[in-house]
Design a protein. Structure first.
Ligand SMILES: [Zn+2]
Length: 214
């Protein structure tokens, strides 16, 4: 009898450890609210509204998690002319001595508001498939091209990653090809905040998906 009690206790402890280990810990309370429009020349899958809702929930979960904070704190990016921006919707925080942007500054900038309202305008871009979409600093209305919006291979996760990328532009970080010569870094994706945030979000989602959390 005593042995059985011990065995049960050990099993319960193991279950408890497992539950706490796999549940993402929240360190913030971020809520994305995303609506969309579809241009008359563009098409989306029939369940797209549900897929976008799912992407919205995934993004809220990732941005609120300790995993996102920890991963972002390890990043370090090129200035990308962000320090010279005249836009007013974000604080400009960068390392004055190195001219670089610590991941913590990007994290704080992205999480400045608890509620993030975005509109996704879905458009057709003809035969061009070089870019998934576009956005501008402080404009919460982003463009997404329809060619890649197909319901295969976790569209909600791909959308979440794409929106995270565009939202990083909304918060002021640009690409190498969009900045003046003095701020270029040679198209290195690892130096680019938007690609960086996109891949951090993508990796967390892949990890959660593997662990059965999402
Ligand atoms: Zn971009």
């Amino acid at each position: 009898m005593k042995k059985l009690t011990w065995l049960l206790l050990v099993i319960m402890v193991l279950i408890a450890i497992n539950i706490f280990a796999i549940r993402p810990k929240n360190v913030a309370n971020i809520r994305f609210k995303i609506s969309f429009t579809v241009d008359e020349k563009a098409t989306v899958p029939s369940q797209f509204a549900d897929t976008l809702k799912k992407a919205e929930q995934l993004l809220s979960k990732v941005f609120s998690s300790s995993e996102f904070k920890e991963a972002m704190y390890k990043q370090n990016y090129n200035d990308s002319a962000y320090s010279k921006s005249k836009k007013k919707c974000f604080d400009i925080v960068f390392d004055q001595s190195t001219g670089r942007i610590p991941g913590k500054a990007v994290y704080d900038n992205l999480l400045a508001d608890n509620e993030i309202n975005l509109v996704i305008n879905i458009k057709n871009n003809g035969d061009k498939k070089g870019t998934m979409g576009s956005s501008n600093a402080c404009n919460y209305s982003i463009t997404t091209y329809d060619y890649w919006l197909v319901e295969k291979g976790e569209l909600a996760q791909r959308l979440a990653r794409h929106i995270a990328h565009e939202f990083t532009h909304v918060r002021g970080y640009r690409h190498d090809n969009k900045v003046e010569k003095a701020y270029k870094w040679g198209h290195k994706p690892e130096e680019d905040p938007a690609y960086g945030v996109g891949s951090v979000v993508g990796e967390i989602l892949r990890d959660w998906s593997k662990k059965g959390i999402i």
